[in-house]
Design a binder for this molecule. Structure first.
Ligand SMILES: [Zn+2]
Length: 297
């Protein structure tokens, strides 16, 4: 018995056949090419799945498909206007895949899917209350309370990335201003670096890079070399993140906060670069909340 997992990211789609004990039988990736309509994406996805299935060493009994995707609605089985995918509005992806593969399909927000995965097989195994945060282009989150994912009335609960940090602040892809992910994400820290470079005369190697070419890795490397602008950007990012995590902790009382993927580079860099950096996320570790970093390959 096996299930098929599909992780749809803005850049890459990852698929894998997985057993009920979490063993990955086979996996592969393909570019999402989210700027094209979904009618171009689906045939490529089907071919990817069928090729991977035909390469399995033994026949499997496919029981179902689980999909993690941005702006996915668990209740309706739809993907709804994700900012990074120009797929054409509301896509009933669960129905589409059920018709194609004739097995049950469940779909949820990608951070929620990550939280379920960590709860069943990963860092949150045995935990009933935790927050998982994914950080890449944006900031995603999945909140588990009393062993259940929080979905809320519409299916879109637990979106910490859209908590307001500064009323009237930076414009967010969701249409609001001042959301957490406009400050704490790879995009957010790039915006912070650009603002620091514009507002100060501080010397920085990052001045030699155009804003469009600036990457999270460049900022990390600069911070590790002691670049003051990069260090200030990390310090500010950590403070903002810490403030909002403190709010989330007050609300849901987690036993752990699990950082998935890119956020590790922020917390690790805060830790490694400067003992005086008041990285608020590290401070949380001293108050009995377990902080766990996992790596998203
Ligand atoms: Zn927002």
């Amino acid at each position: 018995m096996a299930v098929l997992g599909i992780d749809i990211g803005g850049t890459t789609t990852t698929i894998g056949f997985v057993t009920e004990t979490g063993e990955i039988l086979a996996e592969s990736t393909m570019p999402t090419q989210g700027k094209d309509h979904i009618t171009y994406y689906l045939p490529r996805l089907y071919e990817q799945i069928n090729t991977l299935k035909s390469n399995l060493t033994s026949e499997i009994n496919l029981k179902g498909i689980g999909v993690g995707a941005p702006n996915a609605n668990f209740f309706k089985g739809t993907i709804e206007n994700p900012p990074n995918l120009a797929w054409g509005g509301v896509i009933p992806l669960a129905d589409i895949l059920e018709k194609e593969f004739k097995v049950p399909v469940k779909i949820t927000n990608d951070a929620n899917a990550a939280a379920i995965g960590e709860m069943l097989f990963g860092a949150a195994k045995g935990m009933k209350n935790f927050i998982l945060i994914t950080l890449g282009t944006g900031l995603g989150s999945g909140i588990v309370i009393d062993g259940k994912l929080v979905y809320g009335h519409t299916g879109f609960a637990g979106e910490l990335g859209h908590l307001t940090v500064k009323p009237g602040g930076r414009l967010c892809g969701c249409g609001k201003r001042g959301c957490l992910e406009t400050y704490v994400s790879v995009t957010g820290i790039r915006r912070t670096v650009s603002k620091l470079l514009a507002d100060t005369m501080e010397e920085s190697h990052l001045r030699d890079v155009s804003q469009t070419n600036l990457t999270g890795e460049m900022i990390t490397e600069a911070a590790l070399r002691g670049d003051r602008v990069a260090l200030q950007a990390f310090e500010y990012t950590g403070e903002v993140l810490g403030q909002k995590l403190a709010d989330a902790i007050a609300f849901s009382s987690p036993e752990a906060i699990i950082f998935f993927a890119g956020l590790c580079f922020i917390t690790n860099t805060c830790h490694r670069t400067n003992a005086q950096t008041q990285c608020a996320t590290i401070k949380l570790a001293r108050h009995g909340i377990l902080l766990i970093c996992t790596f998203w390959p």
